[in-house]
Design a binder for this molecule. Structure first.
Ligand code: ZN
Length: 229
């Protein structure tokens, strides 16, 4: 596996993980952490580190968002990323940009081969509007908001997420969207290198359409220059 270049970092004083989420410890480099079904985590990803997001059982979406660790007004932008890639399906080697057009992450390896960057994280309101589900239940939005709150990031700041492993296909003429079961197989993963210090929010999606009706976990690994496998 490629060695990761050593980067200077000034984040010693930053909190590593969000509070109140027992599974959300920042693991040692190379160790996998499990995000239990319909939950999420928030953590610091340093410049030069690599985040590996794994679908351990297959057919499970993970929503990812990111903010500059030092200035939360800069965040991962679906629009800018799609502008510069000039397509909606990201490939290995593509850069994910911020709202200020700065590189935040790079997709450096991808065994799944498909991720959506058009749709927002599932939410209580989405469940009500699209599926007439009105009882309170977890959502990617609520899980991101809860786990990013300890870093000072509010729900109103959460943008369109990268929906890792999500199968969203537009009709060529009408643009109508079809959501299919994720094509990811057990063990598929995507790896993202961090261009800067980031606060990352990551979920195991809570929408039935994002996991073929069976809620499942997501695993992730933070690969450091000392700890990648
Ligand atoms: Zn979701």
């Amino acid at each position: 596996m490629t060695r990761i270049a050593k980067h200077e970092s000034s984040t010693e004083a930053l909190t590593y993980v969000s509070a109140g989420t027992p599974q959300a410890h920042r693991p040692d480099g190379g160790q996998a952490t499990r995000i239990e079904p319909r939950t999420g985590v928030g953590f610091l990803l340093r410049a030069g580190e690599v985040l590996r997001v794994i679908d351990p059982m297959g057919e499970q979406v993970s929503d990812l968002t990111a903010f500059d660790a030092h200035d939360h007004r800069e965040w991962l932008s679906s629009g800018r990323t799609i502008d510069y890639a000039n397509r909606i399906y990201l490939r290995t080697g593509d850069t994910l940009y911020s709202n200020r057009s700065n590189p935040m992450l790079e997709l450096i390896e991808d065994t799944a081969g498909g991720h959506d960057f058009l749709l927002t994280p599932c939410s209580q309101e989405m469940f009500a509007k699209l599926y007439n589900i009105n009882e309170p239940r977890p959502s990617c939005f609520s899980n991101l908001a809860k786990n990013l709150a300890p870093f000072g990031i509010t729900g109103d700041q959460i943008p369109t997420t990268l929906n890792i492993f999500m199968d969203v296909r537009p009709h060529a003429q009408t643009g109508e969207l079809t959501i299919g079961p994720p094509s990811s197989k057990p063990g598929d993963y995507a790896r993202f290198s961090a261009h800067r210090d980031l606060i990352v929010g990551l979920t195991a999606c809570s929408a039935e359409k994002s996991n073929n009706g069976s809620f499942k976990p997501i695993d992730f690994v933070i690969e450091t220059e000392h700890g990648e496998d």
